[in-house]
Write a protein that binds this ligand. Structure first.
Ligand code: ATP
Ligand code: MG
Length: 326
């Protein structure tokens, strides 16, 4: 009987995007795409032609055609009315930072469909902030979470399960259950770090991942791309990596947290010679940039440096045995 599809029919139509329906995509190409983490029309639709060409082993012209058709099928790609944008933005969720001052600074907490970068010197609280969010995101929405799993890309081997458990217990979560919802991958170099993003896409099809953390975003890139000659390459790779992260945040309505150290910047000739690594590329791609610095223990100061919709400002918070607090 024609009419409104039943629930199961609706589910079927969204769950079973067949990549083979796209022009020029046979079974082999579809398999390659799925292996690279492109599972549905939406993911193909927001890919860049060169990424897709590399993943599917086809020419860029064909990749372009595939993407255009996927955009039609996923009903995206044209202009969006302001009303539609508002509708999409209504789906944005927030993860409480467990500090009212920081939540206020960030307009309600750490936002989904966005990248929040925490940068600062060693010991400024970047990893603590990331661990805290990894716990909090598991809480129900009314308690400041998103009832979600976490992907934690750890480049410096600083994820501490014990510390995470302490924070989980402090919020009344069962620490073992909470630990089972954090999916930690140690990234051994920048290449590996980049490859973990498509892995995260795969995982997010099976688990409700609502937060992806990269701690640290820049350490491998900084160590591997030395000297002025390597700078352009490094920036290009970082740029691409961050755009993949943004794509993840869009597709899964997830929050992205990146940490970044500050350094004396040999690449800066004028102006402030210290600053976050990755400079403009990271700064322009991150939606929110938050500078953390130490104050009188256990206090820290967070400063919102760059935001499309919020005023600059500062918040005082503490790192305590239970986690981040006011
Ligand atoms: P790096 O650049 O080295 O990665 P970071 O900004 O990630 O530094 P964090 O690991 O977030 O630094 O912060 C470490 C600080 O957090 C410690 O110096 C300490 O002050 C505080 N801290 C860590 N664990 C606890 C705890 N259990 N109780 C209280 N404070 C703690
Ligand atoms: Mg750290």
């Amino acid at each position: 009987m024609p009419g409104k599809p039943t629930k199961s029919e609706e589910e079927k139509s969204t769950e079973e995007d067949s990549l083979e329906d796209l022009p020029g995509v046979g079974h082999t190409t579809a398999e390659k795409l799925r292996e690279a983490g492109y599972r549905d029309f939406m993911e193909v639709a927001v890919a860049s032609p060169d990424d897709l060409a590399a993943a599917a082993d086809v020419g860029e012209g064909i990749a372009q055609k595939i993407i255009l058709e996927a955009r039609k099928r996923a009903k995206i790609g044209g202009f969006e009315s302001g009303a539609e944008i508002l509708e999409r933005r209504k789906r944005i969720g927030h993860i409480s930072a467990q500090s009212n001052a920081i939540n206020e600074l960030l307009g309600g907490g750490i936002e989904t469909q966005a990248i929040t970068e925490f940068y600062g010197q060693f010991g400024s609280g970047k990893t603590q902030m990331a661990l805290q969010a990894a716990v909090t995101v598991q809480l129900p929405v009314e308690k400041g979470g998103l009832n979600g799993d976490v992907v934690y890309i750890d480049t410096e081997n600083t994820f501490r399960a014990e510390r995470f458990s302490d924070m989980a217990k402090a919020l009344g979560l069962d620490p073992d259950k909470a630990l089972s919802r954090v999916h930690v991958a140690r990234a051994f170099n920048s290449n590996h770090q980049e490859l973990l993003v498509p892995k995260a896409f795969e995982l997010a099809h099976d688990r409700p991942v609502r937060l992806l953390i990269v701690d640290s975003l820049t350490a491998h890139f900084r160590a591997e791309f030395l000297g002025r000659g390597a700078l352009a390459d490094r920036q290009q790779r970082l740029n691409r990596h961050m755009h993949e992260l943004l794509r993840f945040s869009d597709v899964f309505n997830a929050a992205i947290i990146c940490t970044n150290q500050v350094s004396a910047r040999p690449d800066v000739l004028f102006g402030d010679p210290t600053g976050p690594i990755g400079g403009n590329i990271v700064g322009h791609t991150a939606t929110y940039r938050v500078y953390l610095r130490r104050s009188k223990p256990p206090h820290r100061i967070a400063r919102l440096v760059d935001s499309p919709n919020l005023p600059e400002g500062e918040a005082v918070f503490s790192v305590t045995g239970e986690g981040i607090r006011d």
